[in-house]
Write a protein that binds this ligand. Sequence first.
Ligand SMILES: [Zn+2]
Length: 323
Amino acid sequence: MEDFLKLTLSGEQPSQKSGENQILLWEWIAEGIIQFTPRQSYQKAIVLSAGIHGNETAPIEILNQICTDLITGKLHLKEQVLMILGHPEAMRQGVRYLNNDLNRMFCGGRVHLDEDQETQRAFQLENTVSDFFSHQNHDVDFYHYDLHTAIRASLLPTFALLPLKKVPYNTTLLESLNAAQLDAIVSHNCAGKTFTSYTSEQFNAQSCTLELGKAQPFSHNNLEDFEATNVMLRALLSQTNLCPTENNKTKYFSVIENIIKNNHSFKLNIPANAPNFTSFSQGEILYSQDKQDYIVENEKIWILFPNPDVKVGLRAGLILKES
Ligand SMILES: [Zn+2]
């Protein structure tokens, strides 16, 4: 098998669509999608995805290196894994997305959109993941890690976003997040349209979106910045210890409001380049809309993904409280 990333960027099909070594069998499923199955029985079915936003290159490079190490047998696979490079065309063009954000197209998020390459890709990803989880034995647990980098600076550079879940997350997922030594973990308070919302809602997978630093072009990443996550993912795949760390640095937040831009009167009281996790204190004006000010009531709140320039009707940011 050729280098998975190079192959995907070329838009070609592999000369050989499946293969094996002493540890595993692999199968190329579709562009940017490859499945690895260990020869031994396994307990976890894991989806690892990156490049849902095409310009978020560091996680793509991390997943590609894991693929190479699986194919060469350097990494001893003990769980089944579906590797996904989410948006090959956006990766080729070095852009976040083409017409619309692919990571808002799941769980019905594309019904109001005209069909195009991106909506078709969302449909293909849903189907592929559905096939992957539907063929598992009843005693196999489902996991999904969707890897991203933020488009703006962040006062807390690495963090996880957990989709809304009715039951608590399992110990393995929480231990893996701890091992990744993240700066923050943010829990959503309502259903979303992201890839991890889909796997969480439809298959009750242990799903999380990981935001790992800032987006850079290919080969301009310092992958050592992401080493803790890389090591954690490899430990998960090879059933080695998740190295419990003395990790007191993680801060926990929950979303208290989605800020929706309803019309062009919307004004966010924050500079366009303000970093993620910028905080506001009680009494400050966070945003204004329709001649009304949103004044902070909590002692302190934080803002995530502030973006006053979104299209009308879309999310201009998330308001968080510490939990
Ligand atoms: Zn992203």
